[in-house]
Design a protein around this ligand. Structure first.
Ligand code: NAP
Ligand code: ZN
Length: 347
């Protein structure tokens, strides 16, 4: 075992404090990664504060991890010492069920081992995330990171990137589609970049009027402030596809009214309370509502390669680890352009 350190919460109410713990020695198929940057996802806040229930403490969040390979096991083929490597939202899965066979490990039918707030396949060893110095992961669940992109801007691709790329690919979004992105945060701003790069006409639906020029700078063609009177009436039945990346409770039915006949809303955000669905908002126009969870390892690698080719990264604000409480506060207020990324050299 290797002694290392991170920042942990001890329960849902206490602030982050430095925390020492151990990582396993790299096994034959493992890579040991020195973590350089880790993005701060709103899911970290939901889980650190137990907003979804069932949180495991002490908790070291963080699932947007990039770093350098320090050691490798004997059988590792795809990485050598010194390579860049990335880790996303999960570090293992059963590898035998139909979802794992279909490269959709995020939907593993037995046990998807979360990068943190989860347990290993032995069902007892807790997992700890990327607000830390070191992580050991099977190379099969480790991503290759393009050398030519700025590393701190790449970290958020491991969750915010793949979570928005995957549904756009699954629903084959491209030119000729009117797409709206709800919530211009970490996920939302990546959704804008991807949808624009795929050729769609993109509108941002935001509660923050002041984000209009920033949304346009990201490539969005239109901007609607949903707080404005008549915003929902004036834009009824406009969109083929809506990505819902909102982190807080909201009136989903109002947004469904913005879909054309047979339009699709894909829900990505997981607010702490369930939403009330008015059946009529689906029935009247044969609309559809669906969900989507991150993406499999194969698709995450494809997304990273796509980002290298199209020069797409996240807009980030790099912070030191001791800024994490303040960063959470600011994210809840929507005050970040658009992802905080922790520089782990500050730990
Ligand atoms: P974030 O950076 O905090 O962004 C959330 C955005 O939601 C805010 O910037 C804000 O945008 C909007 N918003 C906040 N309160 C709102 C309200 N009351 N009504 C309407 N809009 C509101 O969060 P994130 O990291 O992008 O994560 C977004 C959600 O996705 C979280 O719930 C997270 O847990 C979830 N998530 C899901 C997956 C998945 O696999 N499905 C993966 C990662 C994260 P505006 O200021 O533009 O309104
Ligand atoms: Zn995330």
């Amino acid at each position: 075992m290797t002694e290392t350190k991170g920042y942990a919460v001890q329960d849902s109410k206490s602030p982050f404090i430095p925390f020492s713990f151990e990582r396993r020695e790299p096994g034959d198929g493992d890579v040991e990664i020195e973590i350089l940057y880790c993005g701060v996802c709103h899911s970290d806040i939901h889980q650190a504060r137990d907003e979804w229930g069932g949180s495991i403490y002490p908790m070291i969040p963080g699932h947007e991890i990039v770093g350098k390979v320090k050691r490798i096991g004997h059988n590792v083929k795809r990485f050598k010492v010194g390579d860049l490597a990335g880790v996303g939202c999960f570090v293992d899965s059963c590898r035998t069920c139909s979802s794992c066979h279909d490269h959709l490990e995020q939907y593993c039918e037995k046990h998807m081992v979360g990068t943190y707030n989860s347990v290993e396949k032995d069902l007892k060893t807790p997992t700890y995330g990327g607000y830390s110095k070191l992580i050991v992961v099977d190379e099969k669940y480790t991503l290759r990171i393009p050398e030519s992109l700025p590393l701190s801007h790449v970290a958020p691709l491991l969750c915010a990137g793949i979570t928005t790329y995957s549904p756009l690919r699954y629903w084959k979004i491209g030119s000729g589609h009117d797409v709206a992105i709800m919530g211009l945060g970490g996920l939302g701003h990546m959704a804008v970049k991807f949808a624009v790069s795929m050729g769609a006409k993109v509108t941002v639906l935001s509660t923050s009027k002041q984000k209009e020029s920033a949304a346009k700078a990201l490539g969005a063609h239109h901007f609607i402030c949903t707080k404005e009177e008549n915003a929902f009436k004036e834009n009824a039945e406009k969109f083929d596809f809506i990505i819902n990346a909102v982190s807080a409770p909201h009136d989903t039915n109002a947004y469904l009214g913005l879909l054309k006949r047979e339009g699709v809303m894909v829900v990505l955000g997981v607010p702490d309370k369930p939403t009330a669905l008015n059946q009529a908002s689906l029935i009247m126009k044969r609309r559809k509502i669906a969900g989507s969870l991150i993406g499999g390892i194969k698709e995450t690698q494809e997304m990273l390669d796509y980002c290298e080719k199209h020069r797409i990264t996240s807009d980030v604000e790099v912070i030191s680890i001791d800024y994490i409480e303040k960063a959470y506060e600011r994210m809840i207020k929507g005050d970040v352009n658009y992802r905080f990324v922790i520089d782990l050299s500050t730990l």
